[in-house]
Design a binder for this molecule. Sequence first.
Ligand SMILES: [Zn+2]
Ligand SMILES: [Zn+2]
Length: 195
Amino acid sequence: MKSLDQYLEDAGVAHGHLCAGQVLGVRLAMHGLRLLGIHDPEGADRKRTVTFVEIDRCATDAVGLVTNCRLGKRALKFRDWGKMAATFVDLQSGKAVRVAALESSKALARNMHPELDNKNKQQMLAYREMTDEQLFSHEWVKVDLPEHEFPGYKGDRVVCAECGEGIAFKREVLRDGKTLCRGCAGERYYQPLSE
Ligand SMILES: [Zn+2]
Ligand SMILES: [Zn+2]
């Protein structure tokens, strides 16, 4: 693993700016990987981790950077829960740990650096200085990861009986004997304007 400073430098470049979220995300991911005993996420331990993130904010980018888990490689899974937490799964051992940022860390940052005039500056500095225990809670968990959720899974594509679009990774829905995509099955997040 790289040093905190090195990761923060990389995170600032990748994310576009260095912010409290980058510091928190880098620390969260380093903590999770250390708990699992994963030390070389970009080398020997590449492809060993799947990470579930529970929020799509600044910290998410940093978690992806440190773990080397990418959405496009199916190694970064997003669960939209609005929580500053992530679960790190070691595919080698089957162990998994969920790490969550403590609510109390915000107040602690304020108390540690009252001399700084804004919250972001206070947090950016304090989140570097706090211990893992001051920043996070963690619990060991079990994550059921079926074969088709694995990063390298190659499966058959099926075609939606309604719209004719291809569907991968067993995301189809069976309804009244018809194979449908989730959109046609009623889970659409958009409405076509032409109708
Ligand atoms: Zn940011
Ligand atoms: Zn469809």
